[in-house]
Design a protein around this ligand. Structure first.
Ligand code: IPM
Ligand code: MG
Length: 379
């Protein structure tokens, strides 16, 4: 039987709840599609940090590197100064595992309520490719005279040809197997140095993809176009900070943060890819079963696609979408079922092959299928 090694990092707040639901769905996927996983749970996050002082120990990095994929819940806690866990664990992991790409699909599933009036699933199917290792996230910076009126802070953004080309090339390849359209999102009219580099990379790499049509949108204008006319976008490539911001907006189109999934992809074969819902640890609702596990389950679908379990990936996506469509509300006490119950419901939909909205869709034409095609040409 095929088997994959999986590191599970439930993390803080609602992280363990949504991860638990995703693992129930994974059990069902394994039964139906005949593969196994060997899972190692790794206790990173606020509790571990407060108890041991450790954020991301070296031996954990080594252990993670030996796994086929990482399933991540959420990290962050009001008990720890903002920035310590985020930078010390999430960003450190993305860097240590050389997760060059943060892949964030923005897809409205049929029957899912969106706050954007008149938006339909046919009009909302794009993928944001966020450069995942540098930009303003390099944690460089300096200060003078802190705590005085002369307090001065400098926070640089770093853009290397190497990392930008890696992200842009991936985005072109993804666009090529999708609708053949790639948009660069930046702020070239103000951040002119970074902007020139990104634009030059787009042009240079674009010579290898003459069949992909390209355009450019400023990040502020993107915040207007995305809710009003998402259909004009297929693949969007952008820097780390802009990508962080526009993907939260993208999540709103999809129905909210509880639905949005992501994959932190290593595309060079020198580290382990990690899959996580976009939402955070939501400490205010932790422990109540109010978190929607859809984001975690759709992240699991991306993980399965990445492991080459394409059929299982497409089935998990379809089962999650089917259960999502039945919910009276997308999160909180009104969701109609707890996080745990929803995990079981998605697992049942998967096991029976009945998705409520028809048979499980074919891999071909699905995002998982597209990713498999792109990843086959990577590394
Ligand atoms: C995300 C989050 C993280 C980010 C934080 C928690 C460091 O907002 O994954 O989008 O900024 O990348
Ligand atoms: Mg974010």
């Amino acid at each position: 039987m095929r088997s994959h090694t999986l590191a599970v990092l439930p993390g803080d707040g609602v992280g363990p709840e949504v991860t638990g639901a995703a693992l129930t769905v994974l059990d069902a996927a394994q039964d139906r599609f005949g593969f196994g996983t060997e899972r190692t749970e790794i206790p990173l996050g606020a509790d571990h940090y407060l108890a041991t002082g450790e954020l991301l120990p070296e031996d954990t990095v080594t252990a993670l590197g030996d796994h086929d994929a990482i399933l991540f819940g959420a990290i962050g806690s009001p008990r720890v100064t903002p920035g310590i866990l985020e930078r010390g664990i999430i960003l450190a992991l993305r860097g240590a595992m050389r997760q060059a790409i943060n892949l964030r699909p923005v897809r409205l599933y049929p029957g899912v309520p969106t706050p954007i009036a008149g938006l339909t699933p046919e009009r909302c199917d794009l993928v944001i490719v966020r450069e995942n290792t540098e930009g303003a996230y390099v944690a460089q910076g300096s200060r003078v005279h802190p705590g005085t009126p002369a307090w001065t802070a400098v926070q640089e953004s770093v853009n290397t040809w190497y990392a930008v080309e890696r992200a842009v090339d991936f985005a072109y390849r993804l666009a090529r197997v999708r609708r053949g359209r790639l948009t660069l999102c930046h702020k070239t009219n103000v951040l002119v140095e970074a902007g020139k580099l990104w634009t030059a990379v787009m042009e240079t790499v674009g010579e290898r993809y003459p069949d992909v049509e390209t355009d450019y949108v400023h990040v502020d204008a993107m915040c207007m176009h995305l809710p009003v006319s998402p259909e004009r976008f297929d693949v969007v490539v952008t820097d780390n900070l802009f990508g962080d911001i526009v993907t939260d907006l993208g999540a709103v189109l999809q129905g909210g943060l509880g639905v949005a999934a992501s994959g932190n992809l290593n595309i060079e074969g020198n580290g382990t890819s990690m899959f996580e819902p976009i939402h955070g640890s939501a400490p205010d609702i932790a422990g109540r079963g109010w978190a929607n596990p859809a984001g975690a389950c759709l992240s699991l679908a991306l993980l399965l696609g990445h492991l080459g379990e394409g059929e299982a990936a497409a089935a998990v996506e379809a089962a999650t979408a089917a259960v999502l469509a039945e919910l009276p509300a997308l999160a909180g006490a009104d969701m109609g079922a707890s996080t745990d119950e929803l995990g079981k419901r998605i697992a049942r939909a998967l096991t029976s092959g009945e998705t409520g909205s028809g048979p499980v869709p074919p891999l071909e034409g699905s995002l998982m299928g597209q990713l498999a095609q792109v990843m086959a040409g990577s590394g």
